[in-house]
Design a protein around this ligand. Structure first.
Ligand SMILES: [Zn+2]
Length: 319
């Protein structure tokens, strides 16, 4: 049995997980501490280090091989630092990998959180054994992407490749994205985009149990869809259509064996599949590429952040 610790540093909380892998894979134990992003970076890292020690102790002190860290924003895994991160203002430029390693006495590897997520699926999901090419699209507040291609995480020149949330899926009057451009996948399949589509359908007068407004969540819409609500179902059909356009680009670029959907909205995959398939009928050029690709929900929809973070360390030892 081998053990890893995964640390997912988010804007509001840091999630930690002790992962066992080898013959059996499981998340042995998890914990969480507030990020308090206003803290100096060294203070935050000291608190993370303490939380790692407490987590490992609480599980009977198994020998941990290393710590993997997932973090939003532009991460430099070679230098072990965060270059830019919108919700972690004190982290850019700080020697995250080196400092956490010194504090814990364990080797550390860092990676962007969306890249971490695809590594978690690829290295640990029992459904992904022998898969050499996979795409993970995470549907949350934003839309993230990670790609494993020919059995390697695809990172690009600055570890900034595969920003699939900003692949363009609408060129005519595209919706405004948080990045400032129009027509990005995130503007249709991120939380704000899904909410906008639902609100437009409610405003069009279709009878619904959903209440329009900024409080609408993807969970509300999914529950309504599950109960047969027309606006709920049509919202996810529309979201699926745009996702399908993004997936078509991925099929032709990466020829993946799998495209996985993660994040909260992936719970509504059954309602999105008709839209995804309609878009693929329209946009996917090569039948054999489409037919060899399975589109599924993530195997770890709830724990992918810490599992992915742990996988970052394991992957760093493969290269
Ligand atoms: Zn964008």
């Amino acid at each position: 049995m081998s053990f890893l610790v995964g640390v997912d540093i988010g804007g509001t909380s840091v999630k930690l997980g002790l992962i066992q892998y080898g013959e059996t894979f499981k998340v042995v134990k998890q914990s969480s501490i507030p990020t308090q992003a206003e803290d100096p970076a060294n203070v935050l890292v000291e608190r993370i280090s303490k939380a790692v020690k407490e987590l490992v102790e609480s599980a009977g002190n198994p020998a941990v091989e290393g710590i993997g860290v997932g973090c939003p924003g532009l991460v430099d895994p070679w230098a072990g630092i965060v270059r830019t991160s919108p919700n972690l203002k004190n982290m850019p430029g700080f020697e995250l990998q080196k400092t956490l390693s010194q504090c814990t006495g364990l080797p550390v590897a860092v990676q962007n959180d969306a890249n971490a997520a695809v590594l978690g699926e690829w290295l640990f999901s029992p459904h992904s054994r022998n898969v050499r090419n996979m795409v993970l699209i995470t549907l949350g507040t934003g839309v993230g992407g990670g790609v494993v291609c020919d059995s390697h995480l695809l990172v690009g020149a600055a570890n900034a490749a595969t920003e699939l949330g900003h692949v363009k899926v609408e060129y005519t009057n595209g919706a405004l994205c948080a990045c400032g451009k129009r027509g990005c996948l995130e503007a249709y399949a991120g939380l704000a985009g899904i909410r906008r589509i639902a609100n437009e359908l409610i405003a069009s007068g279709i009878p619904t149990t959903l209440k329009a407004g900024n409080g609408l969540t993807t969970k509300d819409i999914a529950i309504a869809a599950g109960a047969g609500d027309e606006v709920g179902k049509r919202t996810f059909y529309e979201v699926g259509k745009y996702l399908g356009r993004g997936i078509a680009i991925c099929l032709e670029t990466f020829n993946p064996e799998k495209v996985l959907l993660g994040g909260g909205a992936s719970a509504a995959i059954d309602f999105m599949m008709p839209g995804i398939n309609a878009a693929l009928d329209e946009c996917s050029s090569f039948t054999f590429i489409r037919e060899m690709c399975k589109i599924e929900r993530s195997a770890f929809p709830d724990d992918i952040n810490v599992i992915g973070a742990a996988a970052v360390y394991l992957n760093s030892q493969r290269n």
